[in-house]
Design a protein around this ligand. Structure first.
Ligand SMILES: [Zn+2]
Length: 460
């Protein structure tokens, strides 16, 4: 089986040129100015289009038990949404409850994905308890190809860990060469602020913000930076939402902490006023950390452009507005957290980043995939276009014009936070390891073709 992509403008994190790409089976085997089609090859004309490496979303939730319900997408629907939107690989969080055995959780999550996912996938292993038995499991899970941990400094009593456990997790990460990703918010402060707001009768979704203001997030990042400095571990701050938190990460970095920073497309395009929409509509925009004051958006865009923020993810977590979000109708602390955005991340970043001149094409490729591949040990198999890399290609049509709508989306959720927003470009064809998996907004691939990507530790 072979595929020839002709006349496209190839754009990677560092290069831009017009050439043909020849893929045999699952791999790119040749790139040249003009390649004649061998007999039997499927030929795609990419003239007038960009050819990007398949994008990577390093922060998604698919199988997600949360607040007594489950996020709506299955691996099948999420994988289709990802591919249609140009994301060929995602990294999902394994989130065991504190009482669960880590290895059992790993097997549960892997079992949900394997044989059911149309795009390639990997995992971050959630560390929600650290003791001798758990440590043994974490070592085994790393051996099986999961080379990153995820910890929560928020969600007291559910997913959150103590400082002793934080220290031990980072030390193990350092020893194994595993990077630790972290949700940074101060759990105790959140609890106190929530209690105070509810006692005053402030129960609407607009008060979610006030239970987790920027200082709460900044304190969490500062806390992580202290432990990163003390242990020498490599850390990655997920979903950075505001200037205060970013500044703590940069200050930690200046002191020698080995830190990488992620932000989300929601923080660049939505703001605090979305969670203040009337008739409980604000609940659609409830996630943690909360959407911030609009003034943070310029700072995050600039940080992305300068490379202070390495990756742009989604923290995809779809909960229906009609039923699930209503659980918090009379109490904002019971609104399931999440803004689904897996499908729209690339088109939004291209339209509002590249087209508006906030980032260039190389920074776009870096933030949307190449950096995640490098940080999480998938490069150069993923994240670039070169002989030997997986043939994951996004043939992108910059002339497409459209609007985002829940009516036409693949994501299995009843709303879209970006409803009505203009899109100036979208994937024309998306390939996963040499096979066409999506075309012009439609999934055309195999529902179970996604592979579990085993990753080697890379950070020492
Ligand atoms: Zn998350």
């Amino acid at each position: 089986m072979s595929l020839l992509v002709k006349n496209g403008e190839i754009v990677t994190e560092s290069q831009r040129y017009v050439a043909d790409i020849y893929c045999e089976d699952e791999t790119i085997t040749r790139i040249d100015r003009s390649i004649a089609a061998p007999p039997g090859a499927e030929v795609v004309d990419a003239a007038g289009k960009y050819v990007f490496p398949g994008f990577i979303d390093p922060h998604v939730h698919i199988h997600l038990p949360f607040m007594g319900t489950f996020a709506k997408d299955t691996h099948e629907t999420a994988g289709q949404a990802a591919l249609v939107g140009g994301t060929t690989t995602f990294i999902e969080m394994i989130c065991p409850a504190r009482a669960d055995q880590p290895l059992e959780a790993f097997e549960l999550w892997l079992g949900k994905a394997r044989g059911h996912c149309p795009c390639d996938f990997s995992f971050h292993m959630g560390v929600t308890r650290f003791d001798d038995a758990a440590e043994k499991d974490f070592r085994e899970i790393v051996r099986r190809g999961v080379s990153s941990f995820k910890i929560f400094l928020a969600y007291k009593g559910a997913l959150g860990i103590t400082d002793e456990e934080l220290c031990k997790t980072l030390r193990l990460g350092k020893q194994l060469g595993v990077i630790t990703t972290a949700h940074c918010e101060n759990a105790e402060l959140i609890e106190e602020l929530q209690k105070g707001l509810l006692a005053e009768g402030k129960t609407g979704p607009e008060y979610h913000y006030w239970s987790r203001p920027p200082a709460v997030e900044a304190e969490g990042v500062h806390h992580l930076m202290t432990f990163a400095e003390m242990t020498g571990a490599h850390v990655y701050v997920v979903h950075t939402s505001c200037e205060e938190a970013l500044r703590e990460a940069m200050r930690g970095s200046a002191r020698g902490a080995q830190v990488w920073v992620e932000t989300l497309i929601q923080y660049l395009l939505c703001d605090k006023t979305d969670a203040e929409r009337p008739n409980f509509e604000g609940a659609k925009y409830v996630m943690s950390p909360p959407l911030r004051e609009k003034s943070n958006q310029d700072i995050l865009w600039n940080a992305l452009q300068k490379g202070f923020v390495s990756t742009l993810a989604t923290d995809h977590a779809p909960f229906d507005f009609a039923a699930q979000k209503q659980m918090g109708k009379n109490n904002f602390t019971l609104i399931p957290n999440g803004i689904p955005s897996l499908e729209d991340r690339i088109n939004l970043l291209y339209t509002y980043g590249v087209k508006r001149g906030r980032i260039d094409l190389h920074q776009f490729v870096g933030a949307a995939g190449a950096q995640a591949a490098k940080i999480f040990g998938l490069f150069p198999r993923k994240g670039t276009i070169q002989p030997g890399s997986d043939a994951d290609l996004v043939i992108y049509d910059p002339k497409y014009r459209g609007r985002i709508s829940a009516k036409t989306q693949q994501m299995n959720v009843d709303y879209n936070a970006f409803e009505g927003m203009k899109i100036e470009g979208r994937p024309h064809i998306v390939t996963l390891r040499g096979q066409i998996a999506a075309r012009d907004g439609k999934f055309t691939g195999h529902p179970a073709r996604g592979q579990f990507l085993q990753r080697e530790p890379t950070h020492f």
